[in-house]
Design a protein around this ligand. Sequence first.
Ligand SMILES: [Zn+2]
Length: 312
Amino acid sequence: MMRKIYILLLYVMISSAAIGQNKTVAITLDDLIVAGSSEYTIDEIEKINDQLLSHLDKFNIPVTGFVNEKSLYVPGEIDRRTEILNAWASRKALDLGNHTFSHPSFHDTKLEDFKAEVLKGELITRMILDHTGKQLQYFRFPFNSAGSDSSSKASFEQFLAEKGYTIAPFTVESSDYIFNALYKRAKGEGNVEKMEKIKQQYLDHTDTLFTFFEKMALEVHGKHIPHIFLGHVNELHADVMPQLVALLQDRGYTIVSLSEVMKDDIYQQKDPYVGKWGFSWLHRWNTKNRIDWLRKEPEPNQQVLSEYKALN
Ligand SMILES: [Zn+2]
């Protein structure tokens, strides 16, 4: 009898530990008002954002959108384009961050020019956030290229700190731009079957990457960590967001704000990586065996990759 009770207790402890792990993830979406904005009309951009926002409203999940203000400056359309940022900022759960004015890579840009990109890229976003009682806090590097030499990296980080910015890292991204390019083509052709297939391939790949980075966090840091997911404001996410949210929730995640996730100790450490590549902060922090883990990171399947290469 005692043995049975003991086993039952053990079972309860293990399952509540699994449930009580309190896995959290923040969703961040880059390149507002839309990724590849020059390829879209204002009507299309509004439609993508309306659909995305209607999903986010329904789930009432916090999301941080990172803005490239250059996409606002189209003669005759500035008001409508700015209204998209207003629509984001006016929602209590949503926040905006700075992603530079025109999305240059720090790797290819002089330090002073890159600083100017930050200042030029914050004017409208800061004003809009002020109106909603929010503060502009986060900066995300285009291509996540965060400094190719230690002196300009340190100097730029100091500049950001002086301007009151926190660098927005990410731990998981699943090459949504690749799937989005294929999705956009299929949608343009009205190929519903293909669209559904690409959505599923994207979700499967995202699932695989969460498995990979959870395993990596456990092996390298000895614990589950709160994750930051990076994607883009694009047609794919406007359509697939409900399934993406379901996937994260099925994996046991609660979706929380970027600020909530950033409170964890793991995000208090410095990014020691100096170089041009834009990989996960889990790789950056891992100075011991970075190359080994980078090699193990799963890529989208070969068929998806070759279809994407054929597009370009
Ligand atoms: Zn970007």
